[in-house]
Design a protein around this ligand. Structure first.
Ligand code: NAD
Ligand code: ZN
Ligand code: ZN
Length: 390
């Protein structure tokens, strides 16, 4: 089959690789009909996530048709059209029983490595480094899906692939980011990053009752979408001092909650950004936490900072004094996607949201490499690339 392979920093190639096989009784094989490139894939593309190996198959946002099931699979069958959440979760461990699917205790075969770095291991993820299991991803013609009874969700025929594809990751991710803000009526929520995750965080903040959402980025076309489709007010961090502007817009108090939808590759202006960029380049620091620090500084006293952006390791210059003395709450996590798929599918079916509005590019799988480049470099007003095998 054809698959998108990580071949080194800045180098992905669609190559012929062996077809996946059922390895465990609870596996199924999905023939992929649509798959997308995520901001998280860019961290791999840019070589910032350790333990990637040449030839690793990328992709964790994918859906398709089940073409084979292991003998132990009960909840899905051959022919079902399903979306597949990006965390691989057993459904039986303590974490899964508490619906903390992205920290499943059973699905990362390389848990020992993650434990060394992070204390405990989270779940294995599709196409997301050997530290997180070394599982082949879904930017391919076929993919093996472990624990087929737990993750894949059957989707109704009347909804198109493009309407349901983002249930695999970024819609639940934006939603969980907003839910973590514990929004009350009248609240103002600030969102750093107007990428796909930021767009769904904005929408979700309103769905959950925010009165006002203020979104921050530097790309006009992304801020325009936040404004026109999301209903957010926008700030360009290259043109204004974001902390001052937010203070002014909120009567001097600051937003009630702040969402980081940027993560480890934040850009910035001035000396603090130069410091992070230099340290990250020589591997003295894993993450450039420019947006996160600003979100913490900007949040009102006693407010919540919700971190959806991905971080890999250790962050410098964490404003711990501000967090502690001002009583901030920080909530974060890889998204517990399986917890959100049904209720969010429901919202799509009811017509409350059609997540396909963020798609700007549809490419054949063969052109994955081009897709990665335009998405990373924000060329052609690229917001979201969907790849279609065949
Ligand atoms: P993206 O790269 O398309 O978007 C990031 C946006 O942040 C860009 O528009 C960029 O201009 C903007 N940005 C950069 N620096 C900024 C700053 N200092 N202030 C404000 N905006 C800034 O990526 P995406 O697909 O939207 O993903 C965003 C983040 O969410 C990534 O870190 C990704 O890994 C993460 N993510 C997390 C989960 C999860 O489960 N928690 C799931 C999906 C994605
Ligand atoms: Zn993703
Ligand atoms: Zn589990």
């Amino acid at each position: 089959m054809k698959a998108t392979c990580w071949m080194g920093t800045g180098n992905v190639q669609v190559l012929e690789v062996p077809d996946p096989k059922i390895l465990n009784t609870h596996d199924c094989i999905v023939r992929v009909t649509a798959t997308a490139i995520c901001g998280s894939d860019l961290h791999l593309f840019d070589g910032l996530v350790p333990s990637m190996m040449k030839g690793d198959i990328l992709g964790h946002e994918f859906m398709g048709e089940i073409v084979e099931v292991g003998p132990g699979v009960k909840n899905v069958k051959v022919g079902d059209r399903v979306i597949v959440p990006f965390p691989i979760s057993c459904g039986k461990c303590w974490s899964c029983e508490h619906e903390l699917y992205s920290v499943c205790e059973n699905s990362n075969p390389n848990a020992w490595a993650a434990e060394k770095m992070w204390g405990y291991s989270p779940a294995g993820l599709f196409g997301y480094s050997h530290l997180l299991g070394g599982f082949a991803g879904g930017q391919a013609e076929y993919v093996r899906v472990p624990f087929a009874d737990v993750g894949p969700l059957k989707v109704p025929d009347e909804l198109s692939d493009e309407q349901v594809l983002f249930l695999t990751d970024i819609f639940p991710t934006g939603y969980m980011a907003a839910e973590n803000c514990n929004i009350h009526p009248g609240d103002t929520v600030a969102v750093w990053g107007c990428g796909p995750v930021g767009q769904f965080a904005i929408k979700s903040a309103y769905l959950l009752g925010a009165e006002r959402v203020i979104a921050i980025d530097r790309y006009d076309y992304r801020m325009r979408m936040a404004q026109e489709k999301g209903g957010a007010e926008v700030l360009d961090y290259e043109k204004v001092d974001v902390i001052d502007a937010l203070k002014e817009m909120t009567g001097g108090r600051g937003p009630d909650s702040c969402i980081d939808a940027v993560g480890m590759e934040a850009h910035g202006t001035g000396i603090a950004f130069a410091y992070d960029a230099a340290k990250q380049a020589v591997r003295l620091e894993m993450d450039r936490a420019v947006a996160l620090r600003t979100a913490i500084q900007a949040c009102r006293n006693g407010g919540t900072v919700s971190v959806a952006g991905v971080y890999g390791g250790f962050v410098d210059k964490m404003p711990m004094g501000g967090i502690m003395n001002r009583g901030l709450t920080i909530k974060t996590g890889q998204t517990h996607v399986q917890h959100y798929t049904r209720p969010l599918l429901d919202r799509i079916q009811k017509g409350e949201i059609d997540p396909s509005y963020i798609i700007t590019h549809r490419l054949p799988l063969d052109q994955a490499s081009h897709g990665y480049e335009i998405f990373r470099d924000k060329l052609e007003d690229c917001m979201k690339v969907v790849l279609k095998p065949q």
